[in-house]
Design a protein around this ligand. Sequence first.
Ligand code: AMP
Ligand code: MG
Length: 414
Amino acid sequence: MLTVAEAIAAIVRETSRLSAVRVKLADALGRVLAEDAVSDLDSPPFDKALMDGYAIRAADAARPDARLRVIDEVLAGQVSRQSVGPGEAIRIMTGALVPIGADAVVPVERTRLEEAERDQTVVVVNPAGLSVGKNILKRGASTRQGTRVVPAGRTLRMQEIGALAELGRAEVAVFPAPRVAVLATGDELVPVEQTPGPGQIRNSNESMLVAQLRSMGAVAHPLGVARDDPAELRNRIGKGLAHDVLLLSGGVSAGKLDLVPAALAEAGVRQVFHKVLVKPGQPIWFGVKEPSGATRPVGAVRPCCVFGLPGNPVSSMVCCELFVRTAIRALAGIEPAEPRPMRGTLTRDHRNVGNRPTYHPAKWEWTEQGGRVEPVKWVGSADLGATVEANALAVFADADRNYTSGSIVDVLLF
Ligand code: AMP
Ligand code: MG
């Protein structure tokens, strides 16, 4: 049986990123940039006033109470047609282009207007600390034309969106959001709004997986419930294979009606692995459907990654965090695709019973002593309610071991 690390490595090996598409900048948040974004202009594009005040020649303010003639006024977005000569000043606002001749801006708080002299306003300047270049941001000081501002491979956050807007990119090339079909299987499942009859349960996995996928930046398409019937399964699997990823929940263990592995084999999905040494989620199945061949599903032009997730809700959730998330990240161009754990100190003793590494629902918080992690009370893979109290999975990697309070463990944050 594969370990979690081996299974994740197999998923990374089998998955390649989607082809880049062009999207509007407003739709690019969370996507990975597919090309370097290089500055087409200097930034700022001109010598720019950083304060409201007067554009002057610094040399004119060498002595206290220098008196300068105000010859013009320039607001942000305007260009003065005058230049600043010796003994002159131009009133200027923050963001305006610094007029020719001026080499400093004196803040308005350091000045005092005097009575007009023959129709000319005079400003008295207190020169303390005023030197050449003061309160002026030189053209190109933050970015020179031709500089790479946002590198290819970067996941776009607000910072990159702002920088790309400054670079004039109304559209950008990104790796698209993977499209994922979700198919729940099981004769016992009833819709969420129904009260289950004897032996029935509500289909919680569909809503949960759709939410989980959306939180990963994927586009989720629920395909409803397939009954435990080979013909129905075959039909729904065929629809699901037209997506980048197909998730099935249920039907992958060793029960009499666990028909999913056989149905996937029949649909031409190549099995990569079945079963991983992990708790919960051991029966997980993973395979790839190549787009070629006579059975190529309509619309499928690239491989489809197929996951058979065990039906128990927490098993589905944990397998989605560990394995499906890795595939989604790889398809979306996020590197590394593998899950990246934090660490935390256990706040109490915990025994990992059994022969498998356990991903235990837990509360993680940052404190002055660093990350602290508390496993929540959890009775096993059907206990979805316990995860409501959790914001993470604590990784108890060693089978059959007592973890004492104060031990440090890996933690995967939800
Ligand atoms: P299976 O993997 O099909 O053997 O199912 C394992 C357990 O998970 C059974 O108790 C199922 O009733 C339950 N289960 C399967 N599918 C779902 C689902 N979509 N929502 C909630 N529980 C499920
Ligand atoms: Mg089942």
